[in-house]
Design a binder for this molecule. Structure first.
Ligand code: FMN
Ligand code: FE2
Ligand code: FE2
Length: 413
């Protein structure tokens, strides 16, 4: 690994998860994820954010630390911006190995830490709680001789209640932890935004949307509040705990998160239709094809995602950003086709609000899907165009109506 410096006294550590299929145990990640931490070398030696043992992140980080010329035992302070286990699972081990280490975190994080990390009674004295605006001097930088200092910003509920961000004043670096993060491993030595091509940025943007939709989407208002709290801060570098470090254009990732936060809090959504289609024997999917013919006539972009085979993370991300939804699924045992229930349940959990929607589907003898659909979506603030159902295989008239509905949906956006 190459050592990577944000400034002469701030090094980037990153462990990469490349072989695990899921994040948080169930969100499919195809391009892995990085877990970042940062080494600050003032007179005090500080690690901002930490690791778990997940895919030996702790060992990856420890060997990187060596490349910067330091060992875990040299650290004076761990700044724990966030308590989630991907960043904290090896705290107890670290405290055992390094008896002089102090942890800085919010009061809420300290309370949570007790439940997640089994520490000895005397070790609790090593936990220091900080409040919004508190500062901490680290002394002169080992290499630069410049005074380093940290200021803490409480940013609750992005995406746990105890979260904060940490700002280093001399380099104007914001350590934002999970905020401004993304999926996608950083496993070829590059970490900074200016080291990636436009194509690679497009790929990371997809990963960022997946990350936001799966991990952060329910917290749109706290994200907006967090961004508002930082608005007067002069930020030169954004250093999150997952994904790219932004030093050329830190505003880009803040703008992106602000846009995403708006998707379910009354902001502008993409003029795009997410078509989600599930079918047992093809009767419904034939209807989906007709609907799409109608969409195509308008030129409005759409994405077709078949369920259950499309990972839920992708279904969620595309639905989250899209102004229009088309939902196609049949009746199953007097109710909805079960994979669609799973999708709608996730939409409710993740606040997939304010959509214009067309729902279609086939039924056999008495139907039932529509009734359950109406119950499950009652609180999602959706504008439903008429739902179109038909018995068995769609006839020519049904297909013409479906095509017209697709066109109407697209034209209404
Ligand atoms: C396991 C199973 C359960 C079904 N339950 C119902 C039902 O409760 N009510 C109904 O009207 N049709 C029911 N149907 C009929 C389907 O809704 C009908 O066959 C429909 O055309 C299936 O659409 P598809 O080809 O898109 O899967 C059921 C079909 C299957 C295979
Ligand atoms: Fe987290
Ligand atoms: Fe995280």
């Amino acid at each position: 690994m190459d050592t990577k410096y944000i400034s002469p006294d701030i090094g980037v550590l990153r462990a990469n998860i490349c072989n695990s299929p899921y994040f948080e145990g169930f969100w499919k990640i195809d391009r892995g994820v990085s877990v970042n931490a940062y080494l600050l070398t003032g007179e005090k030696k500080v690690l901002v954010d930490l690791y778990s043992e997940w895919e030996h992140c702790d060992q990856q980080a420890e060997s990187q630390l060596k490349e910067y010329g330091f060992a875990l035992e040299d650290l004076d302070i761990l700044v724990m911006n966030h308590m989630e286990c991907d960043h904290t699972a090896c705290v107890a081990d670290l405290m055992k190995r390094n008896k002089k280490l102090h942890i800085y975190c919010t009061e809420k994080a300290a309370a949570l830490l007790k439940n997640f990390v089994k520490l000895e009674e005397k070790d609790w004295e090593r936990i220091k709680t900080v409040k919004n605006g508190d500062t901490l001097s680290l002394g002169k930088g080992v290499k630069s001789g410049t005074e380093l200092s940290l200021t803490f910003y409480e940013t609750p509920n992005i995406h746990w209640p105890e979260t904060m961000m940490t700002y280093e004043n001399s380099s104007k670096t914001l350590f934002s932890c999970d905020a401004f993060g993304s999926y996608g491993a950083l496993n070829d030595g590059r970490v900074f935004d200016d080291e990636f091509s436009e194509d690679e940025h497009r790929m990371f943007e997809e990963e960022c949307l997946l990350y936001y939709a799966t991990v952060v989407a329910s917290f749109g208002v706290p994200v907006k509040n967090g961004i508002a709290k930082l608005k007067d801060l002069d930020i030169a570098v954004i250093a999150p705990s997952h994904g790219i470090v932004w030093r050329k254009n830190p505003g880009a990732i803040v703008e992106r998160f602000a846009k995403y936060a708006g998707y379910n809090t009354g902001g502008e959504q993409d003029k795009h239709i997410c078509v989600i289609s599930g079918s047992m024997y093809g009767n419904t999917s034939r209807g989906t094809e007709a609907l799409i013919e109608g969409i195509k006539e308008t030129g409005v972009p759409y994405t077709l995602l078949n369920i259950p085979e499309t990972p839920l993370s992708h279904v969620l991300a595309q639905a989250f950003r899209s102004k229009g939804l088309a939902l196609a699924f049949p009746t199953y045992e007097y109710k909805m086709y079960p994979p669609a229930v799973h999708v709608l349940d996730m939409f409710a959990r993740k606040h997939i609000y304010n959509k214009t929607v067309a729902r279609i589907g086939s039924w056999g003898w008495s139907g039932g899907a529509q009734k359950e659909y109406e119950q499950l979506t009652a609180n999602l603030r959706w504008t439903n165009l008429e739902s179109l159902e038909w018995q068995g295989t769609a006839n020519e008239e049904n297909l013409a109506d479906l095509k017209a509905l697709g066109k109407k949906l697209a034209e209404s956006l």
